[in-house]
Design a protein around this ligand. Structure first.
Ligand SMILES: Nc1ncnc2c1ncn2[C@@H]1O[C@H](COP(=O)(O)OP(=O)(O)OP(=O)(O)O)[C@@H](O)[C@H]1O
Length: 890
């Protein structure tokens, strides 16, 4: 009985209504059937479904949407933001205040937590929507075989992945993400990466076996499960299950991705968060201890200690981080054709110190053109090209690859397939670095011919003889080998890509793909132009302090020549490191070598990933830029994985950043945007922390000198609320050109660095405390004058300090942000004006009484305050000028 049939595809209710959705096919049971039985059960055919059938099934089973974890709704997001370390600490402080009946303090803390959580969850929701929108721009497709009408011939075409239905026949090729759960009908040399399904990082072999062994579904060799990706080879299979019915959806496993806590961004943010939490708890204990020592234990110091701790908390940090990253990503997509698929990658991009890149398809166009064909002695030999084309044609046909790779395409353009008939093939893969076809030649009945083409060293390793131009067959001794390699080196020195071609005629009916005892025929040399903008992009990266390393599977001399042509110095010929050389080194030795060398050639995917890993482990934030399937492991190993437009689908799916523009210079612009975003976040942190630390220091000193609380807890918290609102402006800040016409974004890698922060915050915090203490002195002097008689000294002191605090905060926002202090962007100008207005007017407003402030400050206070502020502004400008470089790279 067919498990899927169009007769039953018209249930009584509306076809797409969930209640009418029939029981989905069970991939576990279907997958164990033979190919024929599976096709029959699915009412499908190897010729593919017709379009009408496919449409009915789409209505019946719904879209094949990738079952990623549904984004949480607003209430859940809100609840999660309460779990943020800052919110937890604030809530605990609120409880402490409530326990000592400091209700006003507890209420303000609750408002603070609620406001920051609402802002954070809304910001996250928007950021998630922006990121989802960006991901859709790089949506994936699948290659299917379908018939336009029931009797028509099948056609192979690309369809959006979400349109795939059970029974569809899909073609899989290197670089494809497996789009649904598929039962193989045929496969050639097929291996899959499926770490999310089995946890194994090495590719696993797949074949269209009739009688599968028992075992878990991900281990079954005849199944390609959704979420895997094709490493090598090709296959054709029938879709067993789509969307929510796939194995992965049933298991609710997430897509493989870098663990969030492991990225540069999360490490830095985590470090800063915990440093700050320690700092605020210490400050609270210090205030409590100082006041208890001076005045004996008193419950009313608890709210003050709590308020001090709250004041030190940058509770808007998650809000500023989310909004800055989301805005940066949207701007990059709109203005620069760069899609950021994982928002924190924007920070990691700005922090990147080393960019590893592959060569072919990234620095070069990967549109090779056959330049010439040579025999082993370097004489023209058109026959070599013909055999290379035979190999390309039959590997393509027999392995059922949906499209030839660029080298095969170039060979097929340059020479026709010939009169041979193919019988078996092993397609190219980047570890073996060769492709093999077995053909029958009409003029040699009773034999079959093995034709191998690939990287020179690898093909030579399979050869025992070479053929001269005169058709002579010579044994390949060491001297010949050395001469052949030297000839290949000379061709590669000219920047040409090389394929060696070898054949062997074997008697007997049964074909074998064994690559031994071959005869080397010669080489095909291909020219591959440099990618547009690649030279400029590399120069810009160097200017911005990013070291570039080229990791390629190609010949060392071809790679070195391409680098020279791009203006990147590869060093002397022996400075190019080969993958095989890296095998002999331990991680520390390789890290040392990787630091000083620029080009790594003849790298397998695993070699590329290892170089990236050791650089990261040595403390260098490392990016990887690559376009091919062989780049995927390195892309995943890097802090930030980048791919150019035209990259293989699986590479796009695994990349954090996709360059959709036509040239590579977009990477430099993305880098600048990443640095600018990081700078906004760090500006927020340093402004908040330096002024808050200054306030706390001043409060400690004043607490020791004054017989009353220098500022009431409620006043501290209200001030904090005003600061928070103003500091949100940093999420919307754009620095613009630096004074003197410098670049808007930092010219060196910019990251969140806890150490640099500490020194900055201490320096500017001390300045802020000095301004506060000068204000205390002024207030103390004014209150000691006769004219101040009758004034409420406490309220005057509190109001004077309240005003000064908000005004110094406005000054810090104005003067400590990077970029010109003369031209403020609107959000920053509004924040500065708002703080100034609240600082001057709140003590005069009806709210003043409720906050314990007074409207009647001595008239002489304002000129004195003006003097303090002028001195403070001067000191800020002076210190900022001295530490300009520290400011720009923080
Ligand atoms: N289709 C193919 N058939 C046979 N040999 C190939 C084929 N494609 C590439 N090769 C050989 O294998 C070598 C390595 O190829 P691989 O795809 O790993 O790297 P690449 O494309 O040269 O460089 P990059 O790593 O920069 O993308 C090539 O230099 C070439 O000699």
């Amino acid at each position: 009985m067919a498990w899927v049939s169009e007769a039953s595809a018209h249930p009584a209710g509306p076809p797409h209504h969930p209640a009418a959705r029939p029981a989905p096919p069970d991939p576990a049971a279907l997958g164990r059937l033979t190919p024929l039985a599976a096709l029959r059960a699915l009412d499908a055919s190897p010729r593919g479904l017709d379009e009408q059938q496919a449409q009915l099934r789409l209505e019946r089973y719904g879209e094949n949407t990738v079952p990623e974890a549904r984004p949480p709704g607003r209430p859940l997001r809100f609840a999660r933001s309460l779990r943020d370390p800052f919110s937890v600490v604030l809530l605990v402080l609120g409880l402490v205040s409530a326990a000592v009946a400091a209700w006003a303090t507890a209420a303000v803390i609750t408002v603070l937590v609620l406001v920051s959580s609402v802002l954070r969850s809304t910001g996250e929701h928007r950021a998630e929507r922006a990121a989802a929108g960006l991901r859709e721009l790089v949506a994936a497709t699948a290659t299917v075989r379908r018939r336009p009408a029931p009797g028509a011939d099948p056609r192979v075409r690309e369809i959006p992945v979400d349109q795939l239905v059970p029974g569809d026949v899909v073609l899989l090729a290197p670089g494809d993400v497996v789009p649904a759960d598929v039962r193989l009908l045929r496969a050639t040399g097929l291996t899959l990466h499926q770490p999310a399904l089995t946890g194994e990082s090495a590719p696993v072999a797949r074949a269209a076996v009739d009688d599968p062994p028992p075992g878990e579904l991900p281990q079954q060799p005849q199944l390609c499960l959704q979420g895997g990706s094709v490493a090598t080879g090709s296959g054709t299979g029938v879709v067993l299950a789509t969307g929510a019915d796939t194995f992965r959806a049933r298991q609710s496993r997430a897509v493989p991705c870098r663990p969030a806590a492991g990225t540069v961004f999360h490490r830095a943010l985590g470090g800063i968060t915990w440093t700050l939490i320690r700092l605020m708890l210490c400050a609270a204990v210090l205030v409590l201890a100082a006041h208890t020592l001076l005045r004996g234990p008193a419950l009313d110091t608890v709210p003050l200690a709590v308020a001090v701790a709250v004041a030190l908390t940058p509770e808007m940090l998650p809000v500023v981080v989310n909004v800055s990253l989301a805005r940066g990503a949207v701007r990059l997509a709109r203005e620069r054709s760069v899609i950021v698929r994982r928002l924190p990658a924007l920070h990691d991009l700005g922090a990147m110190r080393v960019l590893c890149t592959d060569k072919t398809g990234t620095l070069t166009r990967d549109r090779p053109v056959v330049h010439r064909a040579l025999d082993p002695a370097g004489r023209p030999a058109p026959e070599v090209l013909r055999w290379a084309a035979v190999n390309a044609h039959w590997t393509l046909q027999l392995a059922e690859l949906p499209a030839p790779d660029a080298l095969d395409e170039a060979l097929l353009r340059a020479a026709g397939p010939g009169r041979e008939t193919g019988v078996a093939a092993v397609p190219f893969d980047p570890v073996r670095r060769r492709a093999t076809a077995v053909v029958r030649e009409p003029e040699h009945p009773g034999t079959h011919t093995v034709v191998v083409k690939g990287a020179v060293e690898d093909v030579l390793g399979c050869c025992s003889h070479l053929r001269t131009a005169a058709g002579e067959q010579l044994e390949l001794d060491d001297a010949h080998r050395a001469r052949v390699l030297a000839r290949a080196g000379r061709e590669a020195d000219a920047g040409l890509r090389l394929l060696a071609v070898a054949i062997a005629r074997r008697p007997g009916r049964a074909p074998t793909t064994a690559e031994r005892g071959l005869t080397l025929l010669g080489f095909v040399a291909l020219r591959d132009d440099l990618a547009p903008g690649a030279g400029e992009a590399l120069a810009a990266l160097a200017r911005h302090g990013v070291a570039v390393k080229v990791l390629t599977g190609d010949h060392p001399a071809t790679a070195a020549r391409a680098c020279r042509d791009l203006g990147l110095d590869p060093g002397p010929p022996d400075a190019v490191v080969t993958g095989a050389q890296t095998d002999a080194l331990d991680d520390a030795e390789l890290a040392e070598l990787a630091r000083s060398r620029t080009v790594f050639a003849r790298c397998t995917p695993a070699h590329k990933a290892r170089v990236v890993q050791v650089l990261r482990a040595a403390g260098q934030p490392t990016g990887f830029l690559g376009d091919g399937v062989n780049d995927l492991p390195a892309l995943r190993a890097a802090d930030v994985g980048i791919c150019p437009r035209g990259a293989a689908e699986v590479t796009r799916a695994g990349a954090d950043v996709v360059l959709t523009g036509k040239d590579l210079t977009a990477i430099d612009r993305a880098l600048s945007c990443g640095r600018e975003t990081t700078r906004n976040i760090t500006t927020y942190l340093r402004v908040v922390l330096s002024s808050n630390l200054g306030n706390v220091l001043a409060m400690l000193v004043a607490g020791l000198l004054l017989p009353f609380l220098p500022m009431l807890p409620l006043q501290v918290l209200v001030q904090n609320l005003c600061f928070d609102a103003a500091q949100l402006a940093f999420a919307f800040d754009r620095a613009g050109p630096a004074p003197g016409g410098g670049p808007a974004a930092p010219s060196r890698p910019a990251g969140l660095r806890p150490r640099a922060f500490t020194s900055f915050v201490l320096r500017f915090g001390a300045l802020n405390a000095a301004a506060d203490l000068a204000t205390f002195a002024a207030l103390g002097w004014l209150l000691s004058q006769d004219s101040a008689a009758g004034l409420d000294a406490h309220a005057v002191f509190h109001a004077g300090w309240f005003t000064e605090n908000l005004l110094t905060q406005a000054l810090v926002i104005w003067l400590l942000r990077p970029g010109s202090a003369r031209r403020l962007p609107l959000p920053v100008a509004l924040a500065v004006a708002g703080l100034t207005a609240v600082g001057l007017l709140l003590p005069l407003s009806p709210l003043a009484g409720a906050l314990g402030l007074t409207a009647t400050l001595p008239g002489a206070y304002y000129p004195l305050l003006g003097g303090v502020l002028a001195l403070y502004a001067g000191a800020l400008c002076f210190t900022r000028a001295r530490y300009r470089s520290a400011i720009s790279i923080l």
